[in-house]
Design a protein around this ligand. Structure first.
Ligand SMILES: NC(=O)C1=CN([C@@H]2O[C@H](COP(=O)(O)OP(=O)(O)OC[C@H]3O[C@@H](n4cnc5c(N)ncnc54)[C@H](OP(=O)(O)O)[C@@H]3O)[C@@H](O)[C@H]2O)C=CC1
Ligand SMILES: CC(C)=CCC[C@@H](C)[C@H]1CC=C2C3=C(CC[C@@]21C)[C@@]1(C)CC[C@H](O)C(C)(C)[C@@H]1CC3
Length: 535
């Protein structure tokens, strides 16, 4: 199966005109409305506007323009509707042929098939710097690993309180060949699964060059295979608790691995063509570009390093570490402690959700705009697996003591958060994949000069980042399960809120540049950024 994400971005080659200009009067009036729209919209008509179906979303009245006047017509037969959806994905016979060709994961869309892209465009020098520029990035190189070590050393079996840290003198605690073998073996195991020819091939968003990279989406299989391997290891009596015992040494291997990988990625980017660089990581300052990421989508053949790291070793690793804690608790007490079991289950749902909707990540900032540098490499391979499990580690080491009604309240909070997170992410992803999806016809939208529309009702009318809001509620619920005896397990929701507030600002800046007045109209209409009535 081969899937195109975000068909609306796919520029429609001129040949596509024929398919919509049949001689009925209705199509003539559509043609007229299309030529009118060309006057209003700067970009050429996209597949979105070429694909007509009655299942139009409502256009928000203040922003209604001739360009986006919905076409009214008799409801189409399901077969016809199916055809129009299909056309949104493959607008011409030519691109249908390309679709077939693209079954080859190495396939790259020929540049001439994407006329709206400027092939000669070089990635311009980055002028805007995040994280305090080069100096900030330099500090982050130390702050990120120290935070991971610090929290894991402060919160151990003996105590879990913020305190002045005494650095352990036992070097074995920090480095151990067995831990190195476990860590590297895990990365190799995930890389092996990634290379298996199972799962869908999905096209990413068009790059600056016009090319659309193809991604193998088999993350959910990777999780199932990893779960089976974990079950097998426990059944065969492999001492999985070693992962817990060698936690700090695993962090060291992950940190060294991340530094080495980031250096290699930076060298690779320097040697590659300018067109492959990340728009945000091309300042020319070695430190900054190394930290933020110089190359956008580094690949070895068809192996996409960023896509692989973002979802596999770290995210599935986090789930495995949680299962180690749960197994240990069971082996020690003969029961599954309620709070620990609940948090492990919620985090498992979060990981499974990310892998089930794996292709959705292809439209996120991390893949489209951010380069792959130390920040993301370390974030994916160390920060996520060894910090996101702080709550479950605390619960395993210090037991859980909350009464059932508190746990029930926490479960409700998690499910409310998940409903908002999943509902809003799916609503946007479905809308971006097919803006004429009949199930979204009731939603109001604002047209933009790019041909894309912005949702202004439903989840996206509640606030500008309902998905972040849901995510924060879930993060909070996981920490609340740890009670109030110590603030350390609350690190995750606090850091996460800061990360998402910063991320919202960055995304808002991008959207303001991209959608100009339409984005201002959206912001006027949807006042709150992340939390309705609060922020
Ligand atoms: N657990 C973790 O550590 C982290 C989790 N996350 C989660 O990842 C998920 C994805 O986050 P992220 O990629 O940052 O952001 P979003 O999923 O919100 O994607 C932002 C893009 O969505 C589009 N968009 C924005 N507003 C609208 C609208 N009203 N209608 C239609 N499209 C709109 C724009 O792109 P365009 O118009 O070009 O399509 C915008 O650039 C979130 O749920 C977040 O909580 C994120 C970071 C860390
Ligand atoms: C400063 C600092 C610590 C930076 C590192 C940030 C990274 C840890 C995060 C950046 C974006 C992320 C995403 C997820 C995990 C954390 C990082 C890598 C994510 C994979 C978690 C699961 C979600 O469902 C997601 C797939 C939407 C999400 C994507 C972004």
């Amino acid at each position: 199966e081969f899937v195109c994400t975000n068909s609306t971005r796919m520029p429609s080659p001129r040949k596509g005109k024929r398919s919509t200009s049949k001689s009925s009067s209705r199509s003539r009036s559509r043609s007229r409305s299309r030529s009118r729209s060309r006057k209003v919209l700067k970009s050429p008509p996209t597949a979105e506007r070429k694909t007509r179906s009655p299942a139009r979303t409502k256009t928000a009245s203040p922003a209604r323009s001739k360009a986006d006047t919905p076409t009214r017509g008799k409801p189409q037969s399901p077969a016809r509707r199916g055809r129009s959806v299909e056309r949104a994905v493959t607008p011409t016979r030519r691109s249908a042929r390309l679709e077939n060709k693209a079954k080859d994961p190495e396939f790259k869309e020929p540049l001439e098939a994407l006329p709206s892209m400027d092939k000669s465009k070089r990635v311009p020098k980055t002028t805007h710097r995040e994280f305090g520029g080069a100096i900030g990035s330099f500090f982050m190189l130390f702050v990120l690993p120290i935070t991971v070590y610090g929290l894991n050393i402060m919160c151990d079996k003996k105590s879990c309180k913020p305190r002045k840290m005494k650095i352990p003198t036992d070097l074995k605690l920090f480095f151990d060949w067995e831990a190195a073998a476990i860590y590297l073996g895990w990365i190799a195991f995930q890389a092996f699964i990634y290379l298996l020819p199972i799962g869908r091939l999905v096209k990413g968003q068009p790059l600056r060059s016009g090319e659309r990279l193809v991604y193998r989406c088999n993350g959910f299989y990777a999780m199932l295979i990893s779960l089976a391997a974990f079950g097998g290891a426990v059944y065969l009596g492999y001492p999985v608790k070693k992962v817990h015992e060698k936690f700090i040494a695993l962090i060291t291997t992950g940190t060294i691995f991340s530094f080495v990988m980031s250096v290699l990625l930076y060298i690779k980017a320097r040697r590659g063509p300018n067109s492959k660089l990340a728009p945000g990581g091309n300042t020319g300052n070695v430190l900054y570009d190394f930290f933020i990421g110089h190359e956008l989508n580094p690949r070895i053949g068809s192996f996409d390093l960023k896509f692989f790291c973002e979802l596999r070793p770290g995210l599935i690793g986090w789930l495995m570490i949680n299962l180690v804690f749960l197994t240990e608790a069971y082996q020690k007490t003969g029961t599954f402690p309620p709070a620990l079991t609940m948090v492990v289950a919620f985090q498992a749902l979060y990981v499974a959700d990310a892998l089930w909707f794996e292709d959705a990540i292809l439209t996120t900032m991390d893949i489209i705009t951010d380069g792959f540098g130390f920040m993301l490499v370390f974030g994916d391979l160390v920060w996520v697996p060894f910090l996101y499990c702080l709550q479950t580690r605390f619960l395993q080491e210090h037991g859980d003591s909350l009464p059932w009604y508190c746990l029930a309240g926490i479960a409700i909070l998690n499910m409310v958060g998940y409903t908002i997170f999943r509902g809003s992410n799916s609503q946007k992803n479905e809308f971006r994949k097919n803006p004429y999806n009949p199930e979204l016809a009731h939603l109001e939208t604002i047209p933009t000069s790019t041909g894309k529309k912005l949702l202004v009702s439903g989840w996206w009318g509640m606030c500008r980042k309902p998905n972040y809001f849901g995510d924060i509620l879930m993060a909070l619920s996981w920490s609340l399960a740890c009670g109030s005896s110590t603030p350390l397990p609350y690190f995750y929701p606090v850091y996460f809120t800061i990360l998402l507030v910063h991320r919202e600002m960055r995304d808002s800046e991008h959207c303001a540049k991209k959608y100009k007045a339409s984005w201002d109209r959206y912001c006027e209409r949807v006042k709150y950024r992340i939390c309705p009535l609060v922020y």
